[in-house]
Design a protein around this ligand. Structure first.
Ligand code: NAP
Length: 469
């Protein structure tokens, strides 16, 4: 039994909860606004964190709480897991970490829905059934979908699309059956077996949904799963009559959806093509253009001289810069060049790295001024007047096949057109392929020189060589 409170104490608590939820909602909105720009992103993150704290404090004041034992246990366990992930998960594993977070959030939403239905023995009104069904369906498919995305990104299962004949029809039929049961339960609520069948099918559908999606499309899928997890939380809010969950879930759901659309645009793909196109399979079946010639290796001192006497240099960072943690070395090289009067700019591809804004975050960490970062559309017209384009561990985002070879699996994906620069230097460790697994004709062009080695080491040596040039 909850402790008996006087009516004035109850009123104070109720006001406190409402106020903390209102503050939390405002902070979430301000946080999202802050996150929309790299310069304000850190502040936005802190505002959202504070909003989450307000939401938790408000929730802990709820009058329906009988005992705090399980809540404290959950808080301690959750905090420990969060702390460990924050301390030890490297920046390069952020997409996997995000996938796991989506899985946890969605699983919590699904469990709340299942327990609410079970608690009432299935006898809920139609509106509540609608909210519970939506929550459980989205929560369940997001849980398994995110876990599979995690496994693919972590390399625990093959990142390539897993396809079979009639896959889309089978998936559609499964989804239609799940939705059919959901609709039936709204009309005639009460059947526990049907409810569990719906939940089970939704868990299965999550796996089948992500199975045919290639690793190259993971950014879109991740933001889509983020969106589903948010919408599942919003439905949880309706089930529990919790306003802050409704607001936060809706914000999360729709921002995730907008991000998915933006990512699709960045890769010149339609959402249906991402979800049902099994993109990436052609990469393995070898439809990429045949490569002619050899890669030309260049000496570090030659490149240092080229850079030192250039008028304009454009750095194009990619996933390799993240794995090498070379962002500080990049800035050092930029500083050294700028001191010699060279104009330095950075070309940022929206899907470079392994998560949206990956390059912006790393370069901001190294204090690269935001005004030096240029988006794809801004920097591409500048390449013909660029003396040296320095590609730092980027591959897919500078693959000219996307522009020149209609048969390429990445045909149509906008790229940073470094091959139009007067000279291109590619910093990478060896002949490794990019995320899509495709060969890159840029590396075989006459204009390109390859500088092999770990990006951080190479850049550090380049700084010294430029200083002596
Ligand atoms: P990428 O195509 O994955 O290529 C990275 C390159 O970096 C590799 O060719 C590798 O070659 C090199 N490299 C790795 N470690 C290095 C090191 N320590 N030093 C120097 N070079 C190193 O990267 P990208 O051009 O940034 O393209 C991103 C790809 O990831 C796109 O296909 C995108 O769709 C996908 N993706 C993006 C996101 C997102 O949200 N941004 C999420 C998931 C997937 P070597 O092995 O020879 O060194």
């Amino acid at each position: 039994m909850p402790p008996l409170l006087s009516s004035s104490e109850t009123t104070v608590r109720t006001y406190f909860i409402e106020l903390s939820y209102l503050l939390a909602s405002i902070l979430f909105i301000l946080g999202l606004k802050g996150l929309s720009h790299p310069e304000t992103a850190k502040r936005g993150m802190h505002l959202a964190e504070f909003g989450m704290l307000m939401a938790i404090v408000g929730t802990l004041m709820h009058l329906e709480i009988i005992t705090y034992t399980w809540i404290i246990l959950g808080l301690v366990l959750g905090s420990l897991v969060g702390l460990a992930m924050g301390l030890w998960v490297p920046m390069t594993a952020m997409p996997q970490r995000t996938a796991l977070s989506h899985a946890f959030g969605a699983f919590a939403a699904a469990l709340v829905g299942i327990s609410e239905f079970y608690r009432h023995g299935g006898h809920v009104d139609k509106v509540t059934m609608g909210a519970i069904g939506f929550e459980v369906m989205l929560g369940a498919l997001t849980t398994t979908g995110s876990l599979l995305a995690f496994a693919k990104l972590q390399g625990l299962v093959r990142g390539t699309p897993l396809t079979y004949k009639g896959q889309n029809i089978f998936n559609m039929a499964l989804l239609a059956t799940t939705i059919g049961i959901f609709v039936y339960l709204i009309i005639v609520p009460g059947s526990l077996p049907l409810f569990f069948a719906m939940a089970g099918l939704a868990f299965l559908f999550g796996i089948l949904l992500v199975m045919p999606i290639g690793a190259a499309d993971m950014p879109v899928v991740m933001s889509l799963l983020n969106s589903y997890a948010g919408l599942a939380s919003a439905a949880t809010g309706f089930v529990l009559s919790n306003k802050v969950l409704i607001i936060a879930g809706t914000l999360d759901g729709f921002s995730g959806f907008i991000l998915s659309v933006l990512m699709c645009r960045a890769m010149n793909r339609s959402m249906t093509n991402v979800l049902f196109g099994a993109f990436g399979s052609a990469a393995i079946s070898g439809k990429a253009g045949e490569q002619q010639g050899e890669m030309r290796e260049v000496g570090l001192d030659d490149i240092a001289v080229q850079l030192a006497y250039a008028n304009k240099v454009v750095f194009v960072p990619g996933y390799g810069m993240a794995t090498a943690q070379a962002q500080h070395a990049v800035r050092e090289l930029a500083d050294t060049l700028e001191k010699r009067g060279v104009t330095v700019k950075y070309g940022i591809h929206p899907v470079a790295g392994r998560m949206p804004g990956h390059m912006n975050v790393l370069l901001a960490e190294a204090n690269v001024p935001y005004s030096s970062l240029y988006e794809l559309e801004q920097i591409n017209p500048e390449f013909p007047t660029t003396d040296v384009a320095v590609v730092i561990g980027a591959n897919d985002v500078v693959n000219p096949d996307a522009r020149d070879n209609p048969g390429s699996p990445i045909a149509g994906m906008p790229i940073l057109e470094v091959d139009r620069a007067k000279s291109v230097v590619v910093l990478k460790r060896g002949q490794g392929k990019g995320f899509s697994g495709l060969e890159n004709p840029l590396f075989f062009k006459d204009v390109t020189g390859m500088l092999y080695g770990d990006a951080k080491e190479t850049l550090t040596r380049l700084v010294q060589a430029v200083q002596q040039a």
